[in-house]
Ligand binder design. Structure first.
Ligand SMILES: CSC[C@H]1O[C@@H](n2cnc3c(O)ncnc32)[C@H](O)[C@@H]1O
Ligand SMILES: [Zn+2]
Length: 453
């Protein structure tokens, strides 16, 4: 499954026999969306040394021949890779298995029975299928909450992607099972946080307030304190969830999680669709970050999150796909476009989420949402996580506004190259690190075995 890819630094001599350190890469003659508001689009060159961008601008820091790798950027649009801030990668095995259902029915009648049969092999293959789709579509960082997380971490390392991973725990089980799941989540975080040159980070995750009893959530918060890790959870996804929370605990989910101390840790919540003005204020006060999942929320008929109100209140909002069983793809360009479109439609305000804001949610704000402060923009000093798109397509003409073209016209099929941490993992549309044919074949086998059992 793992393709051998060799990366070597070239060392050469110049005409006078002096050694030249050929360790840098230059992308020349390109168009770059930087995500820096002061110079959002740059025409010129980007220099990379190791895993960092060392220069971006219209100059050439050193003569072209002195670069170890030279990439002709003509006809290519470069931008930061997408940051998918919520998902369950292994669920791509259940793509198309339960459509046109509301969340609770979908979970209880379709997903949970099938997930109960998942082996660690299934999680590995499902995750690899998702990784292929994500990297080929330009995602360079993803968040994943699931079970058998060692498989997810190993697959992520093999693929070369950047990942923020968490063993999600559901606490609707006897105390000894709760204990075992929490111990597993702690061990996973201890083993993997900071691994792969820092490409892997970890969080602690109660699945949601409706699947974890209050005392269990408190214990998970304590573990997050002990490990100094952030929290990630589903929250206020459906109106029914909010009403059930009020009926069971006398509080809406935000007050409930606040009471349990969740927001004393840095927190990223997924969905946050059903919020009051007061809840938005509380979230802003605690700097709670929101992963907005418009595709999944529309498909499960959960509603539309109050993104413009959250942003006005100062809440950092990013974008996630959720799993492929509720989306049904992992295409961040689609989420970016949906974010830019649905909030205009719902509010009647054409700038409710403008193109630039949607693109920022899918890149720079996504990175910030998971506390990565050197990812998400093309700028000297930032990590070299970027993608290239083929601009020589009809839908990129005329050359009016490249940001508009990416948000409103582009497709994930336009992504040609993907670089994470200074290493190309997709070139000319082909994933260099994962064996696509083998993974597709094995994913089909997993699905057939799961549904035959
Ligand atoms: C404990 S591992 C993750 C768990 O989450 C389930 N899941 C997938 N999508 C959603 C969603 O939109 N809301 C709530 N829970 C979701 C998945 O089936 C796994 O069991
Ligand atoms: Zn989810």
């Amino acid at each position: 499954m793992l393709k051998e890819v060799h990366w070597r630094m070239e060392s050469q001599s110049d005409s006078k026999g002096r050694g030249i350190e050929m360790s840098k890469t230059i992308i020349y003659n390109g168009t770059f969306i930087t995500m820096n508001a002061e110079s959002p689009v740059v025409h010129g060159n980007m220099e990379i040394e190791g895993n960092r961008i060392t220069y971006i601008g219209d100059k050439l820091p050193q003569p072209l021949e002195q670069y170890a790798e030279k990439v002709d950027g003509k006809g290519k649009l470069f931008m930061p890779g997408f940051v998918n801030t919520h998902g369950h990668a292994a669920m791509s095995l259940l793509r198309g298995y339960g459509d046109d259902m509301a969340l609770q029915v979908w979970l209880q009648e379709k997903m949970w029975p099938m997930e109960g049969k998942f082996s660690s092999h299934d999680v590995r293959i499902g995750t690899m299928l998702s990784l292929l789709e994500m990297v080929k579509g330009g995602t360079t960082t993803f968040v994943d909450m699931y079970d058998h997380m060692d498989q997810v971490a190993e697959a992520s390392v093999i693929s070369g992607i950047r990942a923020c991973l968490t063993r999600g725990v559901i606490g609707l089980c006897p105390r000894d099972v709760q204990d075992a799941k929490l111990a597993e989540a702690i061990q996973f975080a201890k083993n993997w946080h900071g691994q792969a040159d820092g490409r892997i980070t970890a969080m602690m995750s109660p699945h949601g307030p409706y699947t974890c009893p209050p005392d269990y959530i408190e214990r998970i918060v304590q573990a997050a304190h002990d490990l100094d890790l952030p929290m990630h959870t589903h929250m206020s996804e459906t109106a029914r969830e909010v009403q059930d929370n009020v009926d069971q605990y006398g509080l809406r989910p935000v007050a409930h999680l606040e009471k349990l101390g969740v927001f004393t840790r840095p927190t990223l919540v997924a969905h946050a669709v059903h919020l009051t003005d007061e809840e938005i204020e509380v979230m802003a006060k605690y700097d709670v970050r929101v992963s907005h999942n418009p595709g999944s929320n529309l498909k499960l008929a959960s509603g539309v999150a109050r993104v413009p109100d959250l942003q006005k209140a100062g809440v950092l909002v990013s974008l996630g796909t959720d799993g492929a069983a509720s989306n049904n793809n992992l295409d961040m360009l689609e989420e970016i476009r949906l974010a830019a479109l649905i909030h205009k439609g719902v509010s009647g305000d054409p700038v409710a989420v403008a193109a630039w804001d949607a693109l920022k949610m899918g890149t720079l704000d996504g990175a910030k949402s998971i506390w990565l402060h050197d990812v998400g923009a093309l700028q000297a000093g930032m990590k070299a996580d970027f993608i290239a798109m083929d601009m020589d397509q009809p839908h990129f003409y005329p050359r009016t506004n490249m940001i508009s073209h990416v948000v409103y016209s582009a497709s994930s099929r336009d992504v040609t190259d993907v670089c994470v941490d200074g290493r190309f993992i997709v070139r000319n549309g082909e994933c260099l690190t994962l064996d696509e044919e083998k993974i597709k074949f094995e994913a089909q086998q997993c699905f057939e075995r799961l549904t035959a059992e």
